[in-house]
Design a protein around this ligand. Structure first.
Ligand code: ADP
Ligand code: MG
Length: 459
């Protein structure tokens, strides 16, 4: 995905205000009715509709009129909100080049005020899964972003919490700096993913170190679940750093043994092939946790401390409920419930307005989506490589812009009409027409508006 941050510079206060209004609306609507965006943003003289046109032009929002007229954030729009928040917090001052494309993320360099370069990971859940659900595109068309944004936020929160906890326990991980929405800021690792390394001075030492980490993780009650040559970084001194934590599980997970063995096997296979290390073939030979005899470490013989996940991660802000939601996503293999159109927005909306500048929950109860490919599709991360994601992303983008082009003329007409109506409503004092989605304003409009005003003046 292209991330043209120049656009960010040209976006006005009003643009961000309306973008935030769309995000807030998405808390209870997968597609946020235009009138709701207008009400939340409360720009004068129907200004919201003009701004929406601008946001559409820059692909920060997507227009949808299949059920009713409304908008949702695109990943780009979500990126900009996260970046803006981080910049306001002083975490970094500018965004540089893209340094990595994961299967479900984009990694960029960012620079702080004093010139320190950091890494920014933008989670993009849904990329891989799209491949498996092409045939269900219509079904997913209007739902996916709503879910993907929510799940990407969870993935970022989880990754941040793990990175912090692991760092505190002395694991070689990037320094976790901050997290907002689907974005994690961490220290930049000066090295290469192991997959790019053709030669090592001391392959045995590096191998022992890496397998040692798998064991050490298990002793702390954790399994990486994606421990392979793509997620291990090596620097010029052959120092190892592990990355990529959203899929980690506890050693008490029902498939823990399988995940542990898979991580171990990946490392054995890679080192065998790439660096010609030879190992004993029998995986069950060892009854000790170490690998000095060259055999696979055995999960059952490791002295595992449990509870690491629950206690320390909850302390970092990643709750059991978040984990349950992610598990549901990963393990779901059948379609589930739907989002209610009748939820009341106003109470939460007011609360959200006060709380924003930090991660704004998109939904407590995301819809469950049929993944088509099943859990393997998500669990076999890295196996498809980055090129697939690009292709996929390109396809999504072209799909969206196609649809957008088709709708543009119609939309401009519609937006102008709504704008006129809003202006006349403002002048004539009567309420704008209501949407199909029931929406009650409990808070009283003036207090509600002044809260938004307060929040957004900071921009
Ligand atoms: P994904 O979850 O999508 O696989 P990763 O966290 O594995 O994403 O990151 C993808 C790639 O980005 C990595 O293979 C690596 O090349 C690069 N990368 C990620 N984090 C950092 C970092 N902190 N410093 C330097 N490069 C990084
Ligand atoms: Mg990775």
């Amino acid at each position: 995905m292209k991330l043209n941050v120049d656009v960010l510079r040209y976006l006005s206060k009003e643009d961000f205000r309306v973008l935030t209004a769309v995000e807030m609306g998405m808390r209870n609507h997968e597609i946020v009715p235009s009138e709701l965006v207008d009400r939340i943003a409360s720009l004068k003289h129907g200004g919201t509709y003009k701004v929406l046109k601008n946001l559409l032009k820059h692909k920060l929002v997507h227009h949808d009129s299949s059920k009713y007229d409304g908008f949702r954030l695109t990943y780009l729009g979500y990126d900009f909100l996260a970046i803006k928040t981080m910049v306001n917090r002083g975490v970094f001052a500018s965004v540089g080049r893209q340094i990595g494309v994961g299967k479900e993320s984009d990694i960029f360099e960012v620079a702080t005020e004093d010139g320190t370069i950091l890494a920014m990971k933008l989670h993009r859940l849904g990329r891989v899964s799209f491949r498996a659900v092409k045939s269900k595109r219509d079904y997913l068309r209007h739902r996916r972003s709503y879910n993907w944004l929510y799940l990407s936020r969870l993935a970022a929160l989880k990754e941040f919490a793990f990175m912090k906890a692991l760092e505190e326990h002395g694991f070689p991980v990037p320094n976790a700096i901050d997290c907002n929405r689907h974005c994690v800021i961490m220290s930049l690792i000066q090295g290469y993913p192991l997959v790019q390394v053709k030669e090592l001075q001391n392959p045995e030492t590096v191998f022992d170190r890496i397998i040692g980490l798998v064991i050490q993780l298990a002793e702390h009650g954790l399994i990486h679940c994606d421990f392979n040559e793509f997620n291990i970084m090596i620097d010029d001194h052959e120092k190892v750093t592990m990355i990529d934590f959203p899929q980690m599980v506890s050693v008490s997970h029902r498939n823990a043994q399988m995940y542990f063995d898979r991580d171990v096997e990946c490392i054995f296979k890679f080192f065998g092939k790439r660096f010609n290390l030879s190992f004993e073939e029998d995986a069950d030979n060892s009854d000790s946790g170490d690998v000095e005899d060259g055999s696979r470490p055995s999960f059952s013989s490791i002295n595992k401390a449990d509870g690491f996940l629950d206690k320390e991660l909850a302390a970092s802000g990643f709750t059991r409920k978040d984990q349950a939601d992610m598990d549901k996503f990963i393990e779901e293999d059948s379609a589930g419930g739907a989002v209610s159109d009748d939820e009341d927005d106003s109470t939460d909306l007011d609360e959200a307005i006060v709380r924003d500048t930090d991660a704004l929950p998109l939904s407590e109860e995301p819809e469950q989506i049929h993944e088509g490919g099943g859990p393997e599709e998500v669990e076999n991360r890295e196996s498809t490589g980055a090129s697939g994601s690009n292709e996929l992303e390109a396809q999504n983008e072209s799909d969206e812009s196609e649809a957008q082009d088709r709708n543009d003329a119609e939309l401009v007409k519609c937006l102008n009409k709504q704008r006129r109506r809003a202006i006349s409503a403002a002048h004539g004092g009567h309420k704008p027409f209501t949407s199909r989605n029931s929406y009650k304003d409990k808070g009283g409009r003036s207090s509600h508006n002044s809260k938004i005003q307060k929040q957004m003046c900071n921009w």
